[in-house]
Write a protein that binds this ligand. Structure first.
Ligand SMILES: N[C@@H](Cc1ccccc1)C(=O)O
Length: 540
């Protein structure tokens, strides 16, 4: 509640812009008043907020009682004020015509101004003040009574009109506006006093020693006071769900993959994944290609990515490395490149391949990565040095040349997981996904057979969105194909699950957001984030 403080000296006039404390002035005026005080009259130049603050402060101590009176006032617009001063448009037209004894229609605007000529002429005709003779306006009335001006002058004085039709007319002509006026009727309350008593907020040792505490006036608690809203930060829902995903992954022994690079070669984004070069996903319609530089180098050692991966693995190495880890042999990228080409063009590793002429140039085109599976692929090819059970995940941005709508963006986040182990089955993947989403509070899952060039079998994962009232796709998954894993040098009995989920979809389900553009992109309203109770309660 404003003004709920101890007594403060009442300044004669507050510095401009600062609210004044009118408390003492209200008490003073009431002391001599024999009728209830009308604040509009008593404090003509105080703002409503100042008055209300003082009244609330006094009323909460029963020193005054007050009533709020609302009323509406008519205010003249600048045009109406001009009419009050100079006469109405129709008056000005008649006046000009009368003075000159006649004005050609064409010259009226020059005499009285275009606006007045237009509006005033019609009314002057209707009032039979002027008439047309040929193309000349001539006066009819000798004297006229400017009713519009008189009406507005009276409105200016009384701030009202008594006729509803007149009011509508004046509003339509934009001559008046309605203003709401709030006044207060104030009376002495049961605990009225000339001055506010000193209110103590603390019981001090001195008061106890002197015995003053017995007569001291303690300020009552104000349980109605609302705290000022704090401009504290809020976690974005995507960040919250991302944190939850990471938590779940780490709890299940996953190692994070280094995903800092948004740009990949076609090789890591497509070819190494056994995506044929004529696949529609590699079309300009679906993928953003980089024009400068346009081409990547063929795959080779990548010390930077290697160092990032080493660091991420460091924590979990003890759990997952084989005790007798062999010395890493240098990777033979020429062989890998040749095997990727072979499996596409001629087949191999038990596959008949796609049998098309494979182009090295297409493979080296640079793209904005369309999925984080590009990174998973790179991480998996490293696993060939020491094939072993391993779990990797990443959560980062991907880019697709999509048209944007309520559920699609050209830029979004993918949550990706890869599980390598001996003896994996599809049923295990389904169970894994159910557990995984269960931990996020999404219980209802459906699986639908799907197709990816790099997995077989493949499954789309659907979750039910209560807000949208329908099933929405939240992920894609499958078991990586030998055509992808074997050219890397991974053994046939090491099976690998992969899944990619959008971060946005589960977030939409969880936070009941129906338009993805409320979550990400240039249309995000910070109010949505700051005001979302679930966003402010952070458990992670
Ligand atoms: N890359 C797939 C997801 C996926 C990852 C791994 C295996 C299967 C599917 C996508 O973008 O939708």
């Amino acid at each position: 509640m404003p003004g709920a403080r101890g007594p403060v000296p009442v300044p004669a006039a507050a510095p401009a812009g600062e609210p004044r404390d009118l408390t003492q002035q209200v008490l003073d005026k009431l002391a001599t008043a024999d009728a209830p005080l009308n604040t509009a009259e008593a404090f003509p130049d105080a703002s409503q907020a100042e008055i209300k603050a003082a009244l609330d402060r006094l009323a909460s101590r029963d020193m005054v009682a007050y009533e709020t009176l609302e009323s509406e006032h008519l205010l003249l617009t600048p045009e109406a004020k001009k009419i009050c001063a100079e006469g109405s448009h129709e008056f000005k037209v008649w006046d000009a015509v009368k003075r000159k004894g006649g004005v050609p229609v064409k010259e009226l605007a020059k005499e009285v101004g275009a606006e007045t000529a237009k509006v005033g002429q019609n009314v002057a005709f209707r009032n039979k003040w002027i008439k047309n003779e040929g193309s000349v306006l001539i006066p009819v009335a000798e004297t006229v009574h400017d009713a519009t001006r008189e009406l507005l002058q009276s409105v200016d004085k009384t701030k009202a009109v008594d006729n509803a039709k007149t009011l509508t007319e004046l509003k339509k002509r934009k001559l008046v506006t309605l203003a709401k006026v709030i006044r207060y009727k104030v009376q002495k309350g049961p605990k009225y006093a000339r001055k506010m008593r000193v209110e103590h907020t603390d019981l001090t040792a001195d008061m106890l020693a002197s015995g003053d505490w017995e007569s001291a006036n303690f300020k009552p608690y104000n349980f109605n006071a609302l705290g000022a809203s704090q401009n504290a930060g809020a976690l974005h829902p995507l960040n919250k769900v991302r944190a939850e995903f990471r938590h779940i992954f780490f709890n299940q022994g996953f190692v994070e993959m280094p995903t800092a690079r948004y740009i990949e070669s076609g090789f890591w984004n497509f070819d190494a994944l056994f995506v044929p070069q004529q696949h529609p996903a590699r079309d300009m319609q679906d993928t953003f290609f980089i024009s400068d530089p346009a081409m990547a180098d063929p795959p080779r050692d990548d010390p930077e990515a290697e160092a990032a991966m080493e660091q991420m693995e460091a924590g979990s190495r003890r759990l997952f490395a084989s005790p007798d880890k062999p010395e890493p042999k240098p990777r033979d990228y020429e062989q890998y490149w040749a095997d990727v080409k072979k499996v596409h063009q001629d087949g191999g590793f038990g596959s008949i391949g796609y049998r098309y002429p494979w182009s090295a140039e297409e493979c080296l085109r640079l793209v904005l990565r369309t999925h984080t599976t590009a990174v998973s692929t790179w991480v998996l090819h490293r696993l060939a040095e020491d094939p072993r059970p391993a779990r990797y995940f990443s959560i980062d941005r991907v880019f697709r040349n999509e048209s944007v709508d309520a559920t699609h963006l050209a830029e979004f986040h993918q949550v990706e997981g890869v599980i390598a182990d001996f003896g994996l089955t599809l049923g295990g993947l389904m169970r894994f996904m159910e557990d995984f989403f269960g931990k996020l509070g999404i219980e209802n899952l459906r699986f639908k057979p799907a197709y990816n060039p790099y997995t077989e079998p493949s499954m789309e994962i659907f979750g039910y969105h209560t807000g949208l009232g329908k099933w929405v796709e939240i992920g894609n998954s499958g078991m990586f194909r030998p055509e992808m894993l074997e050219p890397m040098g991974l053994p046939r009995d090491l099976r690998v699950y992969g899944f990619g989920l959008s971060l946005e979809r589960p977030t939409m389900i969880k936070y009941k957001v129906s338009n993805i553009r409320d979550l990400l992109g240039h249309k995000v309203d910070l109010g949505f984030i700051e005001g979302n109770a679930a966003v402010r309660l952070d458990k992670n």
